[in-house]
Design a protein around this ligand. Structure first.
Ligand SMILES: Cc1cc2nc3c(=O)[nH]c(=O)nc-3n(C[C@H](O)[C@H](O)[C@H](O)COP(=O)(O)OP(=O)(O)OC[C@H]3O[C@@H](n4cnc5c(N)ncnc54)[C@H](O)[C@@H]3O)c2cc1C
Length: 327
């Protein structure tokens, strides 16, 4: 039967296709409700499904985003099936505005699949960002790092297999499985809160491993609500907000005259001048970062050739589940 619900052909094309992330993870868009037109319909509280020009919808969506009129975007929802290491899930679950149903390690045997970071990802503790890593990959010790992880995993896996083999309750047998173990969940969120999640998690300050998921999900959003995606990228990802002090610094360099922007010729501000406007060292650094040449923009376009079937992942998970031989 043909549906009367609004659908988007680009989103239909990826529905139920599983996109690999990291070594054993995935994201699939399982379902969605609505698109850009539904944001507009809600904003205008309009009747029926009348068609509008894309340019009109685009203008409204960009206006709503700029002015943080967010409730119309809560009318659109997206539902994902995702598998990620538990340490990624712990960061992800902090986003409280989603509905989540995670696989149960009390009920099911856990697949013994662990995340093994690539050689390029094993870097030193960052000196400037206490929460992150930076610098060249630690090639010289990569092998040893992997071996140390593997040792813990082997020990944890054989302990788990032994316990479930001896009929120890699964809810207890699992308690020392490491954070690198993969878990999975269904995750449903409205468009407004998805954009908030994506803004925080595609940001370079987010941990690489959760970013990898957020980037794929942004590519899915691009197919569900392309105009919203475009506005989000322009205003939130590649745009920025400025504080009072930051604006004061910029107004020293450029001003508005007769409806035009005019450069204050010859004017320069060094870090001390900016600090005098009330910005801390850190804020000065951040302002320079905001105004520095932008790097290449992140390409969120989904690579359809990477998509795999759900059965493919189900098989991989199934094969990693302990084969229990109860005494
Ligand atoms: C780079 C980075 C580093 C982080 N480091 C840490 C860390 O070291 N330790 C740590 O514990 N967390 C850390 N977090 C998690 C962070 O503090 C947030 O918990 C997480 O990003 C979820 O954000 P949120 O609360 O805005 O999102 P959501 O939970 O999705 O909430 C969305 C919005 O709803 C509103 N909201 C939701 N619940 C409430 C509530 N109870 N009361 C009031 N308003 C509410 C808020 O406006 C909120 O912004 C980090 C996050 C990032 C991105």
């Amino acid at each position: 039967m043909e549906t009367r619900r609004p659908t988007n052909p680009a989103a239909e094309e990826i529905l139920g296709r599983y996109f690999p992330v990291l070594d054993h993870g995935f994201v699939a868009l399982v379902d969605y409700m609505g698109s850009d037109e539904d944001v507009e319909r809600a904003a205008r509280v309009s009747y029926g499904y009348g068609t509008r020009k894309t340019s009109q919808t685009r203008g409204l969506i960009r206006y709503l985003r700029r002015h943080r009129h967010t409730t119309p975007s809560e009318m659109v929802e997206l539902k994902f099936h995702c598998a990620m290491p538990i340490f990624v899930a712990r960061q992800w679950i902090r986003h409280r505005t989603a509905s989540v149903n995670e696989m149960s390690g009390r009920y099911s045997l856990m697949p013994l699949l662990f995340h093994r970071p690539d050689r390029t990802q094993v870097q030193a503790q960052s000196a400037s960002n206490r929460q992150g890593r930076s610098g060249e990959p630690l090639d010289a010790i990569y092998g040893e790092v992997i071996e140390r992880w593997e040792r813990v995993r082997r020990e944890a896996s054989t302990g788990y297999e032994w316990m479930v083999g001896h009929d120890v309750a699964r809810e207890l047998a699992r308690i020392d499985l490491p954070l690198s173990l993969y878990t999975q969940w269904y995750w449903k969120i409205d468009l407004h809160n998805l954009l908030h999640f994506l803004s925080l998690r595609v940001d370079p300050h987010a941990q690489y491993e959760i970013r990898a998921f957020a980037v794929v999900m942004a590519g899915m959003l691009q197919r569900v609500a392309p105009l919203t995606f475009e506005a989000w990228r322009d205003y939130d990802v590649e745009g920025t907000r400025l504080s009072r002090g930051e604006l004061a610094a910029l107004r020293r360099l450029v001003r508005v005259r007769d409806g035009r922007l005019e450069a204050q010729s010859g004017e320069t501000l060094d870090a001390t001048d900016i600090e005098r406007l009330g910005l801390s060292n850190r804020e000065v650094e951040e302002l320079l970062g905001k105004l520095d040449e932008p790097g290449l923009p992140e390409d969120f376009t989904l690579d359809l050739s990477r998509a795999r079937s759900p059965e493919d992942f189900a098989r991989e998970m199934e094969e990693a589940v302990p084969k229990v031989d109860r005494r």
